[in-house]
Design a binder for this molecule. Structure first.
Ligand code: DAH
Length: 353
């Protein structure tokens, strides 16, 4: 009778159990080490010996029954929990996924590749040269002895090691490549970062890239330089671009020139009369400021002193060299007004390319 009562009470309570916590306290109340069923089993010792077997069997049967009921309840609760969470946290697999952000090449890298590809077609190989230079190679071997006023053209970052600096241009690479390949002919471009101790403005940065060009051989003339640069300007800017050569001065070239390209915005209207494709009247062109021309690079025939420092005999060899700024080229080509955008990690800028 007592056991029957226990069974009914236990099953009724189990019926009312609604969550895992209640289930586990029900479990310890009845089936646990000090649970009611264990206590019932212990009572066997107080019974007369002949009643013990049948009492034991009844307790064991009750235990089995309660265990089975417990397992049933447990899985029922589990199913309920799954159903509840499926309903509450319903996953709509038809929703569009989050877009994967695709990376892309930095505009400076893209423009650099475009430039190098054009020179590759013209037979120029890429030569990489160091960014940390010595004073000797950055200036002296390029025909600028100490205290030479031409050094004022380049504001320089010096390191704490005397005579060691961040290169102000890619031109010292000319010395490295000449010394490596002398007396063979050379046709290389030298891309890379340069550094100048300058005020940062929309037009000048303390770091920027350059592409240096160098060709050395036994019959190289200014005509080769002009042909190379005008082909480059046409391929890089597109259209039927013309170039203009102006007199200039660089310590490492003689003669030195500066090269302009006719304005890609107003089509150089001022430079060569009215043009049918002009998009703006020349007087109001903001890009070339009404001149019709855009300056793109410096160049010249390699100075005999520089040839000699590279190991070449200037009586036998001639060469041309040029230096251009890819950032400046990109600004002209894509109408970018501020050079600081290139290294400022500005996403709104980068994402346009
Ligand atoms: N190194 C010069 C600069 O940074 C650019 C330059 C001019 C390079 C003339 C050349 C050259 O090779 O021939 O201002």
């Amino acid at each position: 009778m007592e056991l029957e009562q226990l069974r009914q009470q236990a099953l009724a309570q189990l019926e009312a159990v609604a969550d895992e916590t209640a289930l586990s306290s029900w479990n310890s109340q009845y089936l646990g080490k000090n649970g009611l069923l264990t206590q019932a089993l212990k009572r066997i010792a107080q019974l007369p010996p002949q009643e013990r077997p049948s009492y034991g069997q009844q307790v064991n049967a009750l235990k089995e029954a309660l265990l089975a009921a417990f397992e049933r309840k447990k899985s029922e609760l589990h199913q309920q929990e799954i159903a509840r969470s499926l309903a509450a946290e319903a996953l709509d697999v038809t929703l569009p996924g989050r877009p994967v952000l695709r990376g892309r090449l930095h505009p400076a890298t893209q423009v650099m590749r475009d430039i190098l590809a054009i020179f590759a077609e013209l037979g120029f190989q890429v030569y990489r040269s160091r960014e940390v230079e010595d004073d000797l190679t950055n200036f002296e071997l390029l025909n600028m002895p100490p205290h030479h006023p031409a050094r004022d053209l380049w504001d320089t970052f010096h390191t704490t090691v005397p005579g060691v600096l961040l290169r102000t241009h890619t031109s010292p690479g000319q010395i490295h490549v000449m010394r490596q390949y002398c007396p063979r002919p050379i046709r290389v471009v030298l891309p890379g970062m340069c550094y100048r101790y300058e005020q940062i403005t929309a037009r000048s940065e303390i770091q920027f890239q350059q592409v240096e060009g160098l060709a050395i051989g036994e019959s190289i003339s200014l005509a080769d330089l002009i042909g190379t640069l005008s082909t480059f300007a046409k391929r890089f800017f597109g259209g039927d671009r013309r170039i203009r050569i102006r007199n200039s001065y660089f310590p490492f070239t003689e003669p030195s020139i500066e090269v302009d390209v006719d304005c890609i915005l107003c089509q150089g209207e001022n430079a060569a009369g009215p043009s049918a494709t002009a998009t703006l009247p020349v007087s109001s062109c903001t890009l070339c400021k009404g001149t019709g021309w855009l300056e793109i690079l410096g160049a010249g025939m390699v100075h005999p002193v520089v040839l000699r420092h590279g190991g070449y005999d200037p009586e036998r060899f001639q060469g041309f060299a040029f230096g251009l700024g890819p950032q400046r080229m990109a600004m002209l080509k894509y109408g970018i007004h501020d050079i600081r955008l290139f290294w400022s990690n500005a996403r709104h800028f980068l994402e346009q390319f």
